[in-house]
Design a protein around this ligand. Structure first.
Ligand code: SF4
Ligand code: SF4
Length: 82
């Protein structure tokens, strides 16, 4: 499953966008959001989700409705990066 939920605990510290290898995190109407079409849980680039490791309040959580296998995440990564 992709990490697509940033909860209201977000403090807008701005630590996460720059560590995302897929440029999946953006700010819309002052809220930080993750584009599920771009998040691979960092599969293809890193051993663990980088946004989660840098988030002080631990407010980035998996979307239970978004079920993708590691193989699908890797395929998405390769499509994003050509
Ligand atoms: S888990 Fe990785 S790919 Fe997904 S939003 Fe976080 S940093 Fe980006
Ligand atoms: S690292 Fe966490 S608290 Fe900081 S902007 Fe990203 S989601 Fe919000």
């Amino acid at each position: 499953m992709a990490l697509t939920i940033i909860t209201d605990d977000c403090t807008s510290c701005d630590a996460c966008p720059s560590v995302c290898p897929n440029e999946a995190i953006s700010v819309v109407d002052s809220k930080y959001i993750i584009d599920p079409a771009k998040c691979t849980e960092c599969v293809g680039a890193h051993d663990e989700p980088q946004c989660v490791t840098v988030c002080p309040p631990d407010c980035i959580i998996p979307d239970p409705n978004c079920k993708e296998t590691p193989e699908q995440l890797m395929e998405k990564y390769h499509k994003l990066h050509g």
